[in-house]
Write a protein that binds this ligand. Sequence first.
Ligand code: ADP
Ligand code: MG
Length: 285
Amino acid sequence: MRLRPKPASTVRTAPTAPQYPPRTGGGTAAADAAVELRAVRRTYGRGDSTVHALRGIDLALPRGSFTAVMGPSGSGKSTFLQCAAGLDKPTAGSVLLGGTDITGLSENKLTQLRRSRIGFIFQSFNLLPSLTVQQNVLLPQRLAGGRPDRRRAAGLLAQVGLEGYGRRRPGQLSGGQQQRVAIARALVTAPEVVFADEPTGALDTNTAREVLGLLRHAVDRLGVTVVMVTHDPVAASFADRVLFLADGAFAGRLERPDPTEIADHMVALTTAGTDRAARIARAAA
Ligand SMILES: Nc1ncnc2c1ncn2[C@@H]1O[C@H](COP(=O)(O)OP(=O)(O)O)[C@@H](O)[C@H]1O
Ligand SMILES: [Mg+2]
């Protein structure tokens, strides 16, 4: 069974479509990596109460690839995304973005890099309600100190099926439309990587598919690299590969999987976790 739908019919390539770096193919060599994690560890707290959120993650994601990250609650998904996106610093190890080691950067340099080279998409859209749609899309350019490029914003809005919506406010749009604005905003600086945290978590099934189709389109047609945390096997099936986290470490990967395979793997992981928890509880009793 394949549930990989065609891109949403709303996807159009506008004549003013912005240019993205060309794809460099599906090579997995680290030199080609958009994102690389080397022996990344993240612990919280110390002593007896130390939590090992990430236990040594090694990973290289090729440019122009779409990766989904799944795992039981508490497995380290959010910590992984935050470390990979430079929002949190690993306790040990390093993170490279387009070959730049970001682990040692000052907070200022890191902020600059995040604004210009990384796009973010959140479950709750995070649009600014007082700004128009166009102003929201242009915000990352303004924050990065660039000149706002209205033609580019209009081109991106057309690509996500929102031609002519630039003057509206987010509050006048449906959830799916707001997330499409957020996608345009994430792409406006032509970032090397877009990180998405449960981007369809607040959307109904059909709207979720449209949004996932747009992310797929950004990868296939614009050469963007997307890393998406999700708990939804159907959402994950839009990705090229699914990486599974359990207890702060990778616990398997599936290439071009279908939702059934993904769901089976998740059930196995969750059951393994429950069994382990039961063993620990018995040993402690
Ligand atoms: N700020 C924090 N302080 C202490 N422990 C944390 C913090 N953030 C996350 N953790 C712990 O780290 C582990 C991984 O959390 P998280 O990355 O949020 O997992 P997930 O997103 O997969 O649910 C969990 O055990 C969680 O309780
Ligand atoms: Mg989380």
